[in-house]
Design a protein around this ligand. Structure first.
Ligand SMILES: [Cu+2]
Length: 665
């Protein structure tokens, strides 16, 4: 509690002294807190509350499933009666439950291998009846996470099954990579496939199903996709089960070449392939999307009808506006709230319209400082000045704001920058940004009520993500725009008038850039062939690998100053990593700079252009390695660090360079 008070005091000070737009950006967390307040729900010290799932009971108590296999019930999570709410253990011994639902007096969860219903038949506060509703086989692979059930209005339940990881995603046992529909009687219908790591799914206000996906093989970046029965969402590993008699689609794995190219082009010929509804550009809008939750109330601010999407790796929550064009969903994502204490996996609405956020970090590393946590977000009643919605038009976009804009600033077309880009659809893990092209905003028209700005934009491309950046815009009352960027996924361009080219100024869209190499900006720091003058070879060969939990497998090594070093970095993990040798004491700063690179980060392999970066590998795919060659610098303790966003906190080691005189002793 003391900490909380201190924070509030700090926010107050920041608000007093922080008026420049730059400052506003740097302290966005503090500003967000003015509108959406974050507070901790204290967890008893002897409970490891690695939240896997959350659900409120009919008595307004908060049920929490943990990755350690327990279900806890928090009495008074609103802290009305006490600042230290009571936690009671309802169940234990479950196999990594990653979801929790409460329905008609019982909890439902998925363990790794089954959908389980848990009832407290004698009303003593402990689950005593455990019923298997439906089960599925496991191969035993560590990556076979299972999620759900999401309760549908008709009482049917949705479950998703993560792919195994064997150097790439694989469906090693039946229905891995699928969403299944299961009823209370235990009847199962495979619903959709193409899923890789489907930790979050939910319904929008209209009752349509959306699921969130994480970057990986076949998945260039995080995204949410609307799923109908028989849809295929992009990762072909689960297609090996489409021969089964109850499969709702017949698409086969073998039609996929290793590199498809552009997903939205390929989708034109594959009717079951559902392109992403909204992309979340990697590292800019999180790195690992999780829960999807619809805002069904106006008691949580001005965003009723939109979706919240959590992010585990970046400990934050984003917001999504959806619209239908040509009968298909598309829309924009916006930043919403960052600064959570650990990786955001689950969200649940309290009865008072506050948002409960359940967090965990272990093994999946997040930017938040804690290994797990439980926090609450409350709307302060003040409306932030923010972009509320972006709607596609035949010749641009209409941007709606939460408050009337400063007319003069908003009608200046120079205040808006738009860039289109996409990702490659291929078997490789992740993707660089490709086909990036600027889209000149040629005119900006403010609506009569000052709440909408119509942007006339050149160079729109269907199937592409369009980044909108707004510079130096204030509300009519002089408040700076809280979040100046948004990303609209333009699957369809509405029909209608094109752009009137008499409006065009002399600017043309910039040339298309295809970026092949994503490995920093200075090749002299990434020497991958042994220098010719090393005629006797290297003086020393250092092998460094990766360990689960975002660690290098070598904590420290020693070399002599001036010696010729061959460093072999072997990424045997299931995600992307790099290795940078940096000046003593600068790892944190370099790591933070890499996180702030934005879209450019993808192109640089998250290797910042900094004098403190001495040598580095490229950003390496899972199961790949690279050798780099360098001459050891002057004596000192240097750090080697992975700067893939968020990893620098734990993924560090020390290169001790000893002086020649010490070495000679
Ligand atoms: Cu890493």
């Amino acid at each position: 509690m003391v900490t909380n008070l201190k924070h509030q005091h700090l926010y107050f000070l920041l608000l007093l002294f922080c008026f420049s737009p730059l400052c506003a950006q740097e302290d966005v967390t503090a500003l967000e807190n003015q509108y959406y307040r974050l507070s901790d729900i204290p967890i008893p010290e002897d409970i490891v509350l690695e939240v896997g799932g959350m659900a409120f009971t009919e008595d307004d108590q908060l049920g929490i499933a943990t990755r350690r296999g327990e279900i806890w019930i928090v009495d008074d999570p609103y802290l009305k009666k006490s600042r230290q709410p009571a936690f009671k253990r309802f169940a234990a011994g479950l196999h990594e439950p990653l979801w929790l639902t409460y329905h008609q007096g019982a909890f439902y969860t998925t363990q790794r291998a089954e959908l389980t219903k848990i009832t407290d038949t004698n009303q003593d506060g402990k689950g005593d009846l455990f019923q298997t509703i439906y089960s599925w086989p496991l191969s035993g692979n560590y990556h076979e996470y299972s999620y759900g059930p999401l309760m549908l209005p008709d009482g049917d339940m949705l479950v998703t099954l993560n792919l195994a990881w064997i150097g790439e995603g694989a469906s090693l046992s039946k229905w891995r990579g699928w969403m299944l529909k299961i009823n209370e009687k235990g009847e199962m219908k495979p619903y959709a496939t193409g899923l890789r790591s489907p930790a979050g799914f939910g319904l929008n206000a209209e009752g349509d199903i959306f699921y969130a996906e994480n970057q990986g093989d076949w998945i260039g970046s995080g995204r949410i996709t609307q799923l109908d029965e028989g849809d295929f969402a992009g990762n072909p590993s689960g297609l090996i089960w489409t021969n089964e008699p109850n499969s709702p689609l017949q698409l086969k794995r073998k039609i996929f070449p290793d590199s498809v190219g552009l997903m939205h082009e390929f989708a034109k010929n594959i009717s079951s392939l559902k392109v992403p509804t909204v992309w979340f550009p990697h590292t800019v809008m999180g790195i690992s999307t999780s829960e999807i939750l619809s805002i069904d109330t106006d008691a949580f601010g001005p965003f009723q009808g939109q979706l919240l999407v959590g992010d585990q790796g970046h400990s934050k929550i984003m917001r999504v506006f959806l619209e239908k064009v040509n009968d298909e969903y598309q829309g924009a994502c916006f930043p919403f709230r960052e600064g959570f204490s650990s990786g955001v996996l689950r969200m649940a609405w309290g009865s008072d319209h506050s948002l409960f956020v359940g967090m965990t970090s272990r093994g999946w590393s997040s930017t938040g400082p804690d290994m797990y946590g439980l926090q609450r977000v409350q709307w302060s009643g003040q409306t932030p000045f923010d972009m509320k919605a972006i709607r596609a038009l035949s010749n641009g976009f209409e941007v709606e704001f939460t408050q009337p804009v400063d007319r003069e600033q908003a009608s200046n077309s120079q205040a808006y920058q738009m860039t289109g880009f996409t990702y490659i659809y291929h078997r490789t893990y992740g993707s660089p940004i490709i086909n990036q092209q600027s889209c000149p905003v040629v005119k900006a028209e403010v609506s009569e009520d000052g709440r909408k700005v119509r942007l006339y934009v050149d160079g729109l491309r269907a199937g592409y993500i369009h980044e909108l950046k707004v510079n130096d815009l204030h509300s009519q009352n002089g408040v700076p725009l809280l979040h100046p960027s948004a990303y609209y996924t333009l699957n369809n361009i509405p029909e209608g008038e094109g752009l009137d080219h008499s409006m065009m100024v002399a600017q043309q869209p910039a040339a298309t850039e295809n970026v092949a190499r994503s490995c920093g900006s200075d090749p002299s720091k990434n020497i991958t062939e042994m220098p010719e003058d090393w005629t006797d070879g290297p003086d020393v060969v250092i092998n460094i690998g990766t360990k689960p939990g975002l660690k290098f497998d070598l904590e420290q090594f020693e070399v002599t100053e001036g010696s010729k070093v061959q460093l072999v970095f072997n990424n045997s993990d299931d995600m992307l990593h790099n290795l940078l040798v940096v000046n003593p004491g600068t790892a944190e700063e370099v790591g933070k700079t890499a996180m702030g690179l934005g879209l450019e980060g993808t192109q640089l392999g998250y290797i910042p252009d900094s004098e403190d970066v001495l040598y580095h590998t490229c950003l390496l795919q899972p199961e790949s390695s690279q050798d780099i060659y360098f001459v050891a610098p002057k004596a000192g303790d240097y750090t080697y660090v992975c700067t893939f966003p968020g990893h620098y906190i734990s993924m560090q080691g020390t290169m001790k360079v000893i002086s020649r005189s010490t070495a000679a002793r």
